[in-house]
Design a protein around this ligand. Structure first.
Ligand code: PLP
Length: 309
């Protein structure tokens, strides 16, 4: 609730759309815009936990690369975006938030060709209360995973490194998971190697060696953090192809994402891992991840005074 009745109420979240700030309930996209009609959009999600952005510059860098991949050139610079990100979080007053920066194409300009090169792209930034991809109870007991029959769309068709809304394969795989009463699907590529899941990257651990797929998924920022944890713990890391059959027989599996951190698995295709609980390395990473976050690891404090600007 805002105290001044004339002030908009940002307490459920705040958004910026192409130059204007508004409460989240007022933020919408015209149904004619290509961002909606064609999924012609890229985005990035940075987490705010207890008043701090995590790896803000890494997210800005990835977002810039994604926009370049999609030939989008909105008016905001990285410095503009940084200021907007602080402002939406400050307006919302949220201490822990899911903060998304998005770039989408609008509509063809009159008299111009109906080609994406001529359709202006614009920016949306929003802050809403923190989102868990897997609820904390599921993280504690371990996710129940399954390998879907639906393959992840190949990078030759849609580049997964540019974070996107082409979720048709991920959504279909989630219905496969539902059929076998698993929590989440992980998707193979067309050759049967694991790629990623709906909203997270995947790691396996066998004989103390940590492995993650080399291609077919997003270069996750949390994945990068796991790589740093491997170094900190002196654990060998392999970035390579991981066949579905190999992961089914792994000692441990864990997944990771901005909206949840490290998320261990305790089952894969019905097989029970580590006594049906997160395995020791997954547990260690989960604990280290949040302990380091509390100590200010890669943290940028939110400037809550930006609300007044
Ligand atoms: N893979 C997909 C498809 C995602 O949507 C996400 C994040 O939402 C991830 C992986 C994890 O990436 P990050 O750690 O940067 O959040």
């Amino acid at each position: 609730m805002t105290e001044d009745p004339k002030m908009p109420d940002f307490s459920a979240g705040a958004a910026y759309i192409d130059g204007r700030y508004m409460p989240i309930a007022e933020a919408s996209v015209p149904v004619t815009h290509w961002g909606y009609r064609r999924s012609d959009v890229t985005y990035d999600v940075v987490g705010v936990w207890e008043g701090n952005f995590f790896r803000l510059d890494d997210h800005l860098t990835r977002f810039r690369a994604s926009r370049a991949e999609l030939h989008m050139a909105p008016k905001e610079t990285d410095d503009d975006l940084r200021a907007i990100l602080h402002r939406v979080v400050a307006l919302s007053g949220l201490q822990s938030a899911y903060v998304s920066m998005e770039c989408l194409r609008s509509v063809p300009l009159p008299g111009k060709p109906r080609h994406p090169a001529y359709v202006p792209a614009y920016t949306i930034v929003l802050a809403i209360p923190w989102v868990w991809v897997a609820p904390p109870e599921m993280i504690e007991r371990g996710m129940h995973l399954m390998v879907s029959k639906t393959p992840r769309i190949p990078p030759q068709c849609v580049e997964p490194r540019a974070k996107n809304f082409h979720w048709g394969d991920l959504t279909r795989a989630q219905f496969e998971a539902l059929e076998v009463e698993a929590d989440f699907a992980i998707l193979p590529d067309l050759a049967g190697n694991i790629t990623e899941g709906p909203g997270f990257n995947v790691f396996s651990v066998t004989d103390g060696v940590v492995s993650t797929p080399i291609r077919g998924g997003l270069d996750g920022i949390t994945r990068l953090s796991v790589m740093e944890l491997c170094e900190e713990q002196g654990l060998k890391l392999e970035v390579r192809e991981i066949p579905a059959d190999e992961i089914r027989n792994a000692d441990e599996i864990f997944t990771c994402t901005t909206a949840g951190g490290i998320m261990p698995a305790s089952r894969i295709d019905g097989r029970i891992l580590s006594n049906d609980r997160p395995g020791p390395i997954s547990r260690l990473f989960l604990d280290r991840f949040w302990a380091k976050r509390a100590e200010g690891w890669h943290a940028t404090p939110v400037d809550y005074s930006a609300a007044a600007e």
